[in-house]
Design a protein. Structure first.
Length: 87
């Protein structure tokens, strides 16, 4: 669910960056006016950074613990008695 959604956002921001590549804007540094830039350049930077985060997210191993606090499935056995829980 996440990766396709991230891909879509990155693609749309990249397309917008290309479309607005010549639209000028005033850059800011620490909230103060700085040198001129373009909306497209700023969006391209943002898309690149989102792409880096997507790669990190894709490589993230998501782990979970399913067998309860002491590892014996006790709460599970009480909750769903008809299932043959390991243990």
């Amino acid at each position: 669910i996440m990766l396709p959604s991230m891909d879509k956002v990155i693609s749309e921001v990249s397309d917008l960056a290309e479309k607005l590549s010549t639209t000028p804007m005033l850059a800011r540094t620490h909230g103060q006016p700085a040198t001129p830039t373009t909306v497209g350049k700023e969006l391209a930077n943002f898309a690149y950074r989102m792409g880096r985060q997507r790669k990190q997210y894709e490589q993230c191993e998501i782990l979970g613990k399913m067998n309860g606090a002491v590892g014996n499935y006790a709460a599970h056995q009480i909750t769903v008695r008809e299932l043959d829980w390991p243990g």
